[in-house]
Structure formats: C-alpha cells, structure tokens
Design a binder for this molecule. Structure first.
Ligand code: B12
Ligand code: SF4
Length: 606
C-alpha cells in the first residue's frame, strides 16, 4: 500500500464549500432543508468535473471533487481535514460564491484549514465586487489575505479554474487571481451541475441554472453590472438542453434560471423555443422560475412563450412605486404606468409573481412606505411582495459613492444581507427605518390581504391557489418566526453550539440546548397555528359561491379613467410627472402614426 506522501503526487482533492452567514447571535444560518441548491456551487462543480475529464493536472493525477452547501448541512473543517489526511494527496479548499454577508463566515471556515497547512481560495461577489469598484481592498479582505487566504476575482470559465487547480497542485497558489477586466463567454462552457444529494437537501426537485450573465441597465444599488458587466453573455440552447436532460435523468424537473434579467438575455427566444420543444414537443414535465424587468411584457411574445416554456414563477424588480425614488436610483427603465399591465399579463398567463421592493430610498419615510403598501395591495395584482432594506452592497455604485464621501456604513459585512440596516437615512432615524421594514412585512401579509391574494388566484382558471398559499406561508413564517430574509430561509433551523462566530464565547450547554429546544418548539407551534388558519382561509376561498366571478381593482381590466382615478399615479411622489411623461409620449406616437396614416398603438413596444 502507498503511503500518503507517495500517493500525494497522484491525487488532488478540490473541496468546494458554499458558506452561509451568521445570525444576530453569531450562529450560522442553516436548515434541515434549504430552498434551492447553490448555482455557484453547481457552476464550479461543473467546471471542475470538466477539468477532471480533461486531466488538467496530467494523465496520472486523479482529481476528487467534494461539494458542501453549508446552508443545509453542518460543515466540520476538522473532519474534512481528517478525511483528506487519511486519503492522502494534495488539496485546494475553495470557498465558493461568497457574498459580502458570507465573507466573515468564509474566513472562519478557512481558519482551521490554514492552520492545518491547506491552501484556501475565496471567490464570489464580495471579492469581485470590491476589486471591481474600490481603489484598494477593504480591511476584512486585507486581514484574510494576511492569514494566507488567496482570492479569485471574476469568473472561472474559459480555463481560469484550470490555472488555479494547477497552481494549487504545484503548491504555488497565488495570493490573487484577478480576471475582472476580462469577462468570459459562456457558450459551450461546461454547464452547472450538482449531484442529486444536494437537491435532496433542499425543498424538492428544484435545481438552478444560469443561462446568461450581465444586464444593460445602470441601477445605482446594483452590484451585478459592475461584476458581470452590462453586455448580455449567454449559454446556447444546446447547453440548456444538455442541462435539462442531465437533471431530468436524476428526477430534477424544476429549474430556477438565475439570470438577473432573463428578458435582457439576447437569446431569450431561442432558449424559450428549446424549452417549448422539450416540454410540448417531447412531453418532458419541466417548469421554470425566471427573473425579469418591468418592461418584459413589451417584448413581443415574451410572456406568451414563457407560458409555453413552462415558466410558472416570475421575480420582478419592481423596487418602488415612487418615480422620484426610481429616478434617483437610476432605475429609469421602471415606469409605474406599466406595472399594472405587466402584472396582469403574467397573471393571465398563469405565473405567480414575486416583486422585489426596496425600502429606504431618499424620499421614503415610515408613513409613505405604509401608504405605498396599501396602494399596492389595492391596485397591483402582485402575489408576493418581498421587501429589502436599501443596502450599499460592496460592488455597487452606492457603496463606492458613500465610501468616497466618507459616509458611515456598518463595518460588519455579515450584516449586508438586505435584512439589516447598515447605513443611516436622511429622513428616518435608525429606529424608524428598522421599524418601517418590519411594519412593511406585517402590512402586506395581513390575514385579509392573504385572503385577497388567494381570491384573485382562485378566480383565474390558470391560478394555482395551493402553490400560491405555500409560497406566501414560506415568506410569512420566515419573517414571523425565523428572523431571516425569506430568500435565505429554509425548513427547520439547525444550530450548533460550537460553530459560533470567531471571537464570541461558546455558550454553556445548559444555556444553549434548553433555549434551542424551547425556540424550536415555539416556532413549530407558531408554524402550525399560522398554517391551520391559512388552510381554513384557502378552503373558504375555494368553496366561495362567487369564486369564479370574484374581481377587484387590481385584477379588473383597465378602466377608461384608469390614469385619472388611481392612487398609484396621484398619491405617490413623482407619480403625476410620470403620468405626464406617458401622455406626452403617447401624443408623440399618435402624431407620428397620424402622419403615416396608421392607427396609434398606445403602449407599443419601445
Ligand atoms: C441566484 C441568486 C440567489 C438565489 C440563490 C439560489 C441559487 N440557486 O444559487 C437566492 C434567491 C436564494 C439568493 C438569495 C440571496 N442573495 Co443572491 N443572487 C443570486 C444571483 C442572481 C445569481 C447567483 C449566481 O448563481 N451567479 C452565477 C455564478 C456562477 O456567479 P458567481 O457566484 O460570481 O461565481 C463565479 C465567480 O465568482 C467564480 N467563483 C465563485 N466562487 C469561487 C471560488 C473559487 C475557489 C474560484 C476559483 C472561483 C469562484 O466562479 C464562478 C463561475 O464563474 C446573484 C447575482 C448574480 N448575477 O450573480 C445574486 C447575489 C449573489 N445575491 C445577493 C444577495 C445579497 C443575496 C441575499 C443575501 C439577499 C437576500 N436577502 O435575498 C440572499 C442570501 C441567500 C444565501 N444563503 O445565499 C447579492 C450579493 C452581493 C454581495 N456583494 O454580497 C447578489 C450579487 C445580487 C445583488 N443584489 O447584488 N440569491
Ligand atoms: S435591472 Fe436588476 S440586474 Fe439590471 S442593473 Fe438594475 S438591479 Fe441590476
């Protein structure tokens, strides 16, 4: 039998860990089941499998891949180190897809590996965003580098991961790999792929794929454009088909397409056509969730093809209903005069709509926020409204500007999860802003409004009342009982006494376990009571004699006096001006059409 040193040259382990982040008590946020498998982990794993197939470390070297998603399992560096030592061989520990809020946890996970002499490399949005926008590395990155941690900035496709693996194998890992100036093409690159064991640890048979990266817009709070660029890069329909078939063969049939704005993927139509071929042509039972902008309904056939392709859930960056706020955030493309038409169209095509809504723009106060939520409840047919605290995320223009001006931002990047306030507001005190955030969730998800959303869904032949309710419950329970943002929620919270954030004391077992058990029991009871009430509401909604004839302002077809009567245009800040702009544009179009002797097409594609 070979000893470890002799086997060393023929064996290389690439350990990929997607870290989570800490809750307010310093415990990693982890679940028995998380919502979705990590796309970055799948991307890196796909690239590493391909590197292995191509034998990038030489014919005689076996590359072993190990993947861990810390959101749905405990990661024990001590055990991993023991396993690696036992197996022998050389090693790279990759902390993957590390967002700003996950950076402190990633560094804590790295500590024992570094102490054991194993090389560690961190990649993801925090590293890329900081290198893209800041003149120098922020303090937490400098401290990590001083510990001996390497960084990877940019994207790992087009052979860049190969270089990192070769260097790690040769024992010459560099302190920094910076590819920020050169964005790779995605066509023909190995697709994201994770073994089914990861999917089993999530909410169901759902996987994720990125079909494109980059967005043409310029929102000042956005990191994506500064990291992934403003040009649309995309995978091909053949890549997509391969991903779907590989996953389908494992029983995975639902996909979250992680493109930030699928409507601006230049290949959207060819990609939808391929999904349609697989779904309607071959009868594959597949379904998709996509993210789009508020102008997507103006792209001819976009929503129609989305329905045929099996798009069942749509995330929309609504962000705010006050045009003054949208303009200040450089989100000029969002026109409130389009919101109703766009949301109604998705509803007509059977999709559940989730709208992102940011709280804390310059014009917001607690009163205006609560006023706006009531307007949305009455006038916009959105199923799920998800609130975020306006956050200067590292990598965004907002972050860079505040830093340049020397404005205070919280130094603890663990809090940059959009669920914590990390800066001050011009009009609201810190307390008011935090209260406004919590009050917003409560104001939208009242029992009465949950009933209204279900009634709207149940009144439509394509409405999926049961699915809508379970989605609402997911959001509600995370906010009410777990204290985390629903987008990082999961089922049944895990907490491990010894995994507390570096620097915080390990609690006594006599304090930790009784509290954990009490908390868990109280939460489960809370879950059960909310669930019971919600099921009762659903039964009533489904059995209502007027179920199919139910209508209200949000779902009723546009009225003649639509623009004169609705608060959306008159009670919001900048609403009147937005309306005036729309009317001016329509008048210009009408004049142009008259000059060409054509009927004027109000709201035609831009
Ligand atoms: C999909 C997504 C989600 C999904 C995640 C599920 C999933 N299936 O992955 C959901 C909706 C759950 C989600 C939630 C959140 N998200 Co999110 N999400 C995204 C999104 C849109 C795509 C992520 C992705 O897959 N990108 C593609 C991958 C391939 O890119 P990548 O991660 O950069 O990885 C590449 C390189 O960085 C590099 N690389 C990465 N790691 C490593 C490691 C090594 C060793 C090497 C060599 C290379 C390398 O190689 C990769 C391949 O090229 C991004 C925006 C974006 N466009 O990326 C936001 C984004 C990552 N999310 C963000 C945030 C803030 C969150 C939340 C905290 C916010 C919230 N409250 O909703 C939560 C946190 C949840 C969690 N536990 O992760 C921010 C992070 C910004 C920052 N500076 O931290 C982003 C950038 C969006 C934004 N608002 O700016 N998110
Ligand atoms: S539309 Fe979305 S992805 Fe595009 S720049 Fe704005 S926030 Fe970023």
């Amino acid at each position: 039998m070979l000893d470890a040193a002799a086997r060393g040259a023929g064996l290389f382990h690439f350990v990929m860990i997607k870290p989570t982040h800490y809750d307010d008590d310093g415990y990693p946020i982890q679940w028995v089941r998380s919502a979705i498998p990590s796309n970055t982990l799948a991307c890196l794993n796909g690239l590493a499998e391909d590197a292995h197939r191509r034998r990038v470390l030489g014919l005689g070297v076996d590359i072993r891949l190990h993947t861990y998603d810390e959101t749905n399992r405990r990661v024990r560096p001590d055990r991993i180190i023991r396993l690696l030592r036992k197996a022998g061989g050389r090693v790279l520990i990759g902390l993957v897809g590390v967002q700003s809020n996950q950076f402190p946890r990633a560094v804590d996970l790295a500590r024992p590996f570094i102490a054991a002499g194993l090389p560690v490399c961190i990649g993801g949005f925090h590293v890329s965003g900081c290198l893209a926008m800041l003149p120098q590395m922020p303090p937490e990155m400098c401290a990590a580098q001083a510990m001996g941690i390497s960084f990877f900035a940019g994207e790992a496709e087009e052979g860049r991961l190969d270089q990192v693996l070769r260097d790690a194998y040769a024992g010459t890992l560099k302190p920094l790999y910076n590819h920020m100036d050169d964005l790779p093409s995605l066509e023909g690159e190995p697709p994201p792929f994770l073994p089914k064991k990861h999917v089993r640890r999530t909410s169901g048979s759902l996987s994720s794929i990125d079909l494109g990266r980059g967005c043409p817009y310029q929102c000042s709070f956005c990191t994506i454009i500064n990291v992934q660029g403003r040009k649309s890069r995309h995978r091909s329909p053949d890549d997509l088909e391969k991903i779907i078939r590989e996953n389908h063969a494992q029983g995975i049939k639902r996909f979250f397409i992680t493109d930030d704005n699928f409507a601006r993927n230049r290949h959207w139509e060819a990609l939808f056509d391929r999904m349609i071929k697989l779904r309607l042509g071959e009868g594959l039972k597949i379904g998709f969730t996509i993210q789009v902008d508020t102008l997507c309904h103006k792209i001819p056939n976009f929503i129609e093809k989305a329905e045929q392709a099996g798009v069942r859930r749509v995330f929309i960056g609504l962000e705010n209903i006050n045009p003054d706020n949208l303009i200040a955030a450089k989100k000029r493309q969002n026109k409130i005069t389009d919101y109703r038409e766009m949301l109604q169209k998705w509803r007509e095509h059977g999709a559940i709509t989730y709208a992102g809504y940011i709280l804390g723009f310059a014009g917001d106060t607690k009163e205006t926020i609560l006023r706006d939520i009531e307007i949305i409840k009455r006038e916009l047919p959105v199923d799920i409204l998800e609130f975020f605290i306006l956050t200067p995320l590292p990598g965004s223009e907002d972050h860079k500007t505040l830093l340049q001006k020397g404005v205070w931002m919280d130094a603890d990047v663990n809090k940059y999860d959009l669920n914590h306030r990390v800066s001050h507001h011009g009009k609201m005190s810190d307390r008011e802003w935090e209260e406004a955030y919590r009050a917003a969730w409560k104001a939208f998800y009242t029992p009465e409004h949950v009933r209204t959303i279900l009634r709207r869904t149940a009144a439509h032949p394509l409405g999926r009342t049961e699915t809508t309710l379970s989605t609402i419950l997911w959001f509600l329970l995370m906010i009410l009982y777990e204290g985390v943002h629903p987008l990082e929620g999961g089922a049944v919270r895990l907490k491990f006494r010894r995994d507390r954030r570096h620097g915080l004391p390990i609690e006594s077992r006599f304090v930790f376990y009784p509290r954990y058990l009490k908390e868990t029991a109280a939460k489960l009871w809370g879950y059960w009571s909310v669930y019971r009430r919600a099921r009762q509401t659903m039964k009533e909604v489904l059995a209502a004699p007027d179920r199919w004839t139910y209508s209200d302002l949000a779902i009723a077809p546009p009225r003649e006096d639509e623009f004169d009567a609705l608060d959306l245009y008159h009670a919001t800040s900048g609403g009147e001006a937005a309306l005036a702009r729309k009317r001016r544009e329509e008048a210009i179009r009408a004049q142009a059409a008259a000059a060409r002797h054509e009927p004027a097409a109000a709201g035609a594609a831009p």
